[in-house]
Ligand binder design. Sequence first.
Ligand code: NAD
Ligand code: UPG
Length: 328
Amino acid sequence: MTVLVTGGAGYIGSHMVYELLDAAEDVVILDNLSTGFRWAIPERVPLYEGDTGDLELARSIIARHEVDAIIHFAASIVVPDSVADPLGYYRNNTANSRTLIEAAVSSGVKHFIFSSTAAVYGNPKSVPVSENATPDPMSPYGSSKLMTEIILRDTAFAHPLKYAVLRYFNVAGADPQMRTGQSTPAATHLIKVAVQTALGMRKKMDVFGTDYPTPDGTCIRDYIHVSDLVRAHSDALRYLRNGGNSATFNCGYGRGFSVLEVIETVKRISGVDFRVEMSARRPGDPAQIVAASDKARDTLHWQPRYDDLDTIVANALEWEQKLRKRNA
Ligand SMILES: NC(=O)c1ccc[n+]([C@@H]2O[C@H](COP(=O)([O-])OP(=O)(O)OC[C@H]3O[C@@H](n4cnc5c(N)ncnc54)[C@H](O)[C@@H]3O)[C@@H](O)[C@H]2O)c1
Ligand SMILES: O=c1ccn([C@@H]2O[C@H](COP(=O)(O)OP(=O)(O)O[C@H]3O[C@H](CO)[C@@H](O)[C@H](O)[C@H]3O)[C@@H](O)[C@H]2O)c(=O)[nH]1
């Protein structure tokens, strides 16, 4: 039994590869290296440099490695880019996922885990938001992921494929053993940007919007440590292999932090009082989004180990320092 990880050379996918290797699973990776890195994964893991939209390639990997489960991370992930290039996002996130699902079904793969996103909820009417809330994405990125969720649901109804859809909230931090981390140079994520500013890699950073209906006026998000996130995938894999039914799970801790709280934490942990400017709202940002996470805890027996913003920031900071030395 081998697990095929698409997007395994990317930020979250590379953490998944290490998590699977730590559990003595056989792993194979399909990644086109558009945003991922060969060096992010150990050399002993087979990497097929190719596209999830290549049906024959996916089929041949599945056959050659006797793949029983696919964990599908490969995607385009920048929300504003999806607004500028919706067709590109629907191709990569929806059409290519459809092809991969076809490869899975036609090759007899029984288990499929899909990286979805809290962006499918849009601006939720109430928080914490549960999996039963009606999805209402605010961007082509969110819509492209929701469409794949629907393709999976309908396919699993017609074929012997069981899936787990995992809707990630705000993923941050790095492997506590520092084997991998978030390495995309132009990342836009808050914790990465704040850490880079603390390290002097940016002169200053902006707070996008201070007039939201939240206690300090800045947006609230549920930040989940990447190692806890990939552990939820292992739990989902075990659940599916044990005969669990197809289901959708939020992946967040159920606790929100404002942008200002995150920045204060980065300043405290780094010991650097870097420059922060109050700026206009960034289009498309929901004011507040926090996960109801009971379903993953109850059904998958998911037990987070790093539910602590200080730890997330400390790991992100340590990784950024390591990355800077590596790229120097
Ligand atoms: N980072 C977050 O906060 C976050 C939040 C919610 C959901 N997600 C989802 O998690 C998944 C992984 O995100 P990430 O942050 O690791 O991004 P990433 O850009 O670091 O990783 C994506 C990987 O997929 C590869 N890839 C992209 N398109 C491909 C294709 N067509 N064929 C083969 N490989 C392809 C890239 O080269 C890269 O290695 C994505 O599906 C994303 O939508 C991420
Ligand atoms: O320099 C910055 C960067 C971000 N923010 C704010 O920080 C918050 C978090 O932003 P960011 O880290 O970019 O994450 P989100 O926009 O919440 O989106 C992330 O989390 C979503 C799930 O909630 C995923 O779907 C997306 O892929 C992922 O980028 C938002 O209010 C931003 O406006 C700033 O104020 N300044």
